[in-house]
Design a protein around this ligand. Structure first.
Ligand SMILES: CC(C)(COP(=O)(O)OP(=O)(O)OC[C@H]1O[C@@H](n2cnc3c(N)ncnc32)[C@H](O)[C@@H]1OP(=O)(O)O)[C@@H](O)C(=O)NCCC(=O)NCCS
Length: 250
């Protein structure tokens, strides 16, 4: 690839137009670093020139946004310090009153023009610190979903059927992932392509989810296996103090 083609490809991955790119990069350079409520206030107003937001989103410092024109934020969205958001033509949607915590990386990663790509997060969903979401096959996360830290949601697989060729050159498959309303995904869990995690299911910390998990199931381990149906075999109430009054009240 000639240098000019490389530059064109680079810019195509970052924006849909040069003026948008210049505006987005200028705004991020000018106010992206400012900490605290002053920075949050400035970004909440100015970033609406480049991304789509209902109301004033709360965006902490050092959040990096590419293809901001494909990023849609609902009302009352909170984006924590150092988050990386990369939209793409099918977009990255974060629903009303959802939180994306520090260091998370949400990347639609659609450099091949997949029609099903995208990341769509519902309302009042909490994405724990350091989470990575790749949206080639389309990732849909429902309302009131709770992610522990460092969850991975990877809606893509590489084809590796031909031993004579590098795997990188054999293409990808991308079926998509759905995590339904009210789930809890434990810290460090990995959700693989093609999986649906049913409503209200709980995935144990560190699990690797290779097959769909029914609604209201508790699934743990590598690979994740269902060990309990929380409807027919409910957990006993905890015999220790239970606390309320945190983020769930906002
Ligand atoms: C799954 C979880 C909720 C425990 O549920 P629980 O109903 O109390 O389960 P128990 O501790 O009674 O364990 C039941 C069985 O599952 C196993 N198990 C529990 N969690 C597991 C996990 N993450 N991976 C593998 N096995 C696990 C236990 O060893 C036990 O097996 P055994 O019956 O052979 O001894 C908890 O282990 C967990 O993973 N929590 C996530 C914590 C987290 O991510 N916090 C971040 C805040 S969002």
């Amino acid at each position: 690839m000639r240098p000019l083609d490389t530059l064109r490809f680079y810019l195509r991955t970052k924006t849909s137009s040069l003026p948008r790119y210049v505006l987005s990069e200028t705004l991020q350079a000018a106010v992206g670093w400012i900490p605290g409520v002053v920075g949050i206030g400035l970004r909440g107003i100015l970033y609406k020139l480049v991304l789509r937001a209902d109301g004033i989103p709360a965006i902490e410092d050092h959040v990096r946004i590419h293809r901001a024109e494909d990023v849609v934020l609902g009302r009352g969205v909170y984006i924590d310090h150092g988050v990386y958001l990369h939209g793409a033509p099918q977009g990255l949607h974060i629903g009303d009153h959802s939180w994306v915590m520090a260091g998370s990386r949400l990347h639609v990663f659609n450099f091949r023009g997949l029609p099903q790509a995208g990341i769509r997060i519902g309302r009042r969903t909490f994405i724990g610190e350091g989470t990575i979401i790749r949206g080639q096959g389309g990732v849909v996360i429902g309302d009131c979903v709770l992610f522990g830290p460092r969850v991975m949601v990877l809606a893509v697989n590489h084809v590796f059927a031909d031993p004579a060729r590098p795997i990188m050159q054999q293409g990808i498959t991308a079926k998509g992932i759905c995590i339904e309303d009210g789930c809890w995904i434990g810290a460090g869990a990995t959700i693989l392509d093609g999986v649906t995690v049913g409503q209200g299911a709980c995935i144990g910390a560190g699990s690797v989810v290779t097959h769909s998990v029914p609604a209201h199931a508790l699934a743990v381990g590598v690979p994740a296996r269902v060990i309990r149906d929380l409807l027919t075999d409910p957990l006993p109430a905890p015999d220790v103090q239970v606390y309320f009054g945190g983020l769930e009240q906002f």
